[in-house]
Design a protein around this ligand. Structure first.
Ligand code: NAP
Length: 357
């Protein structure tokens, strides 16, 4: 493993060393806390499907060893001399972005997520040449501009997935006007996993009518009873899908596996919008007929900017929106990864880093 000279702080974490799909204990170094930096004792880290994809090299761009984790919550232990907004003891979170150029049009609009030079929290090369390592580790040094405050009302474990799952659905919901306007507009959430279940929670908090489109009949009862979904459609049942034709204003597609957008587009009204946030390792199918005949729009969205992330976190504090999680100890990460691959989680694993690593 290459070591950057300015990286002197010893950290314990979990890393995948190869494509075997497993993580192992891993010691590495992080940079000293710089003038703009905040050091965080990591308490919890959510397990995003993206972690699984990097661990397995599903997208073909994994830099091993990879320390996953970009749904990080913890407590500040140290701040640099230029940091005024955070203090030791503060409860904070870090999501998918570690750095950006801070000087382009996107950065000026706090759309750091679309900056050309954006650096991801893990599996990316930093400006000092080092590889970024994520939150499956006991300590993180983060730039003050890429940290959010966690409201006191939110528990650090159930808030952790908001840093990726939450902001990834909140950002397009806001951009496409789903959270504004009259109540009763109809949203379809495709895939009831980590991202999907938070989309349902935001939608219900903002008065939308929510239809879940799922491959898992076993999720229906809980989706209706505890997530308060209005409708539940099995995407594998053609009759159920036909009965819902032209009924939705918007769709958020969070599916992690290859699929066709055709049957989903048929669910949209004329002019309806489908936002793709799921990132399967193989291309999704986009047939032209349902797109053309309904004048429908398909778009994509990548996580969210920092201002928007803080705004979402504050809204969650106000509306008491947290994630439904299964807390696992650090030595059970591999079991959780195996279950995540089998779509066996309600709805997000969160690793208890603080008390078990
Ligand atoms: P997840 O918790 O595993 O949920 C994905 C859901 O997709 C599953 O719960 C399942 O829902 C559905 N699904 C799984 N296999 C399927 C199949 N073969 N056919 C149809 N549906 C299937 O994953 P996640 O953490 O929410 O992430 C979802 C996707 O978003 C991943 O591809 C991830 O990499 C990506 N992602 C993108 C961004 C971004 O910035 N755009 C950020 C984070 C994650 P049902 O059981 O209800 O069918």
């Amino acid at each position: 493993m290459e070591v950057t000279p300015s990286h002197t702080q010893a950290v314990s974490g979990w890393a995948a060393m190869d494509e075997s799909g497993k993580v192992v204990l891993f010691s590495f170094k992080r940079r000293e806390n710089g003038v703009d930096d905040v050091t965080i004792k990591v308490q919890y880290c959510g397990m995003c499907h993206t972690d699984l994809n990097y661990i397995n090299n599903a997208w073909g761009n994994t830099i091993y060893p990879v320390v996953p984790g970009h749904e990080i919550t913890g407590v500040v232990t140290k701040v640099g001399t230029n940091v005024s907004g955070f203090h030791p003891g503060d409860r904070v979170g870090v999501g998918g972005i570690a750095a950006s150029c801070l000087d382009c049009d996107h950065c000026h609009r706090s759309e750091e997520n679309y900056c050309d030079k954006m650096t991801f929290t893990y599996n990316n090369i930093s400006s000092d040449g080092s590889i970024t390592y994520g939150g499956y580790s006991n300590m993180l040094v983060a730039d003050k501009r890429f940290i959010v405050s966690i409201p006191d009302s939110l528990p650090l474990d159930a808030a952790a997935p908001l840093l990726c799952a939450g902001i990834t659905v909140y950002s397009p919901m806001k951009q496409h006007g789903m959270l504004q306007g009259e109540a009763g507009r109809r949203l379809g959430v495709v895939g009831l996993g980590g991202l999907g279940h938070v989309a349902v929670k935001f939608a219900k908090a903002f008065g939308l009518h929510v239809t879940i489109v799922s491959t898992s009949p076993a999720k229906e009862r809980e989706a209706r009873e505890s997530l308060r979904a209005d409708d539940f459609v099995l995407s594998t049942d053609q009759k159920q899908m036909q009965d819902m034709a032209r009924s939705l204003d918007y769709i958020i597609d969070t599916v992690s596996a290859q699929h066709s957008l055709g049957p989903l587009l048929e669910l949209l009204k004329v002019n309806g919008k489908l936002v793709l946030v799921g990132a399967p390792d193989k291309p999704v199918e986009l047939p032209s007929i349902p797109l053309i005949f309904g004048k429908r729009t398909v778009s994509g969205s990548l996580t969210g900017g920092m201002k928007e992330t803080q705004e979402m976190m504050d809204l969650c504090g106000k509306h008491n929106i947290t994630c439904d999680i299964e807390l696992v100890s650090a030595d059970k990460i591999n079991e959780a990864l195996a279950r995540l691959a089998l779509n066996d989680v309600r709805y997000r694993f969160v690793v208890d880093i603080g008390s078990t690593l």
